[in-house]
Design a protein around this ligand. Sequence first.
Ligand code: SF4
Length: 437
Amino acid sequence: MTAQGSGRFYVETLGCPKNQVDSDKIVGTLLHDGLSPTDDPSAAEVVVVNTCAFIEEARKESIGVILQLNELRPSGSRLVVTGCMAERYGDELAVELPEVDAVVGFGGAITEQQQRRLIPVSEAPMPTMDLLNLQRPPSQRPWAYVKVAEGCNRSCGFCAIPSFRGSQRSRDTDSILAEVQSLQAKEIVLVAQDLASYGIDRPDELGAGAIVPLVRAVSTEAERVRLLYLYPSDLTDELVEVILGTQVPYFDLSLQHVSKPLLRRMRRWGDGDRFLKRISEIRSVRPDATMRSNFIVGYPGETDDDHAALVEFVEEADLDWCGFFSFSREVGTYAYDLDGQVDPRLMNERLAELTEMQDAITARRRDALIGEHVNVLVDERGVGRSHREAPEIDGVIHIDPSHAVGSFVEVKIEEAWGPDLVAVGGTIPDDDDEESL
Ligand code: SF4
């Protein structure tokens, strides 16, 4: 997606961290084309909305933002819609939203002719961009997401992502490392739809288990490497070992449920006992290992017993962080036509029960950190994160605002405010002579 000439651009990003990476690459491309960024859409010649289509609620939000920005933008500017909604509903968007000047998909290479101008919806088929391999500008923050693959080869019953993001396409290790170097970030957060499967689509060059050498290689380029979205069956001993060897013993396990029959209906692997065993093995090696997961509540066929099993698991697993999401019936998924759709009121009750339980667990685990010394990366003035907090997802640690953004400091936890912590002091790690602040 390229616009000719000079001018200002505004990019609005919705959805998950993977979308943020795509937006960074759109920004990189527009900067390369000679445009400059603005945070005021009413002053922009090009307004880009990077949409999310994950569930109904996200789609509504995306459309709301598109319409809102259309009101704000100056006449003569270009309104461009990209991201998952563009990919999944490109044709419908073009018809339903005549305000939009261009709908741009992703995954393939944009043609030269398309590069010369932004294409009005009515004049041409939807252009696409190879977002995975576009350049990005250096990170504006001390951390950055890096997407190592696009698409997914699994077929989880509730998920529409493979239908519009396609099969998994892993990037070359060299291009990932070049991107890591150019970002100049202290913490690199590796993301993909199915991160631990990195490389399986390229058996000759990469192959299964390629995530292990990739994490090792990225660790040589950045102080911290964090991995998000690990499918539990791919969490091998080798991968656990390499994660424990980084500065970030943090495990984001995509579990989705614990009842074995329900997991099979979800077309997923594992069961609660296996998950608990894995979590306890990791904690026996590293008691400070942080565990995050997420679960779907009210998947078709979820019985009272299934729900009770999940409640029991949440109590026993004692996870640091956990998200619960109501099942969303997505057109084109296996689960759409399944019998046993759960009444929305029952779904909400189950969701509220689990959320309340987990909030208490998270708060208790955060309270238990009071008095501990932790190493934080200063994200912004007065705010840092230790290995226990993933950016934009978990809590934060409030610190003395005098610490330099981008530095690592050793602080002492004094208070807990639910998910957030308050710390005092601050010495530069590895320098015992440094004055305590
Ligand atoms: S692993 Fe399952 S939930 Fe995740 S993107 Fe792939 S199909 Fe969807």
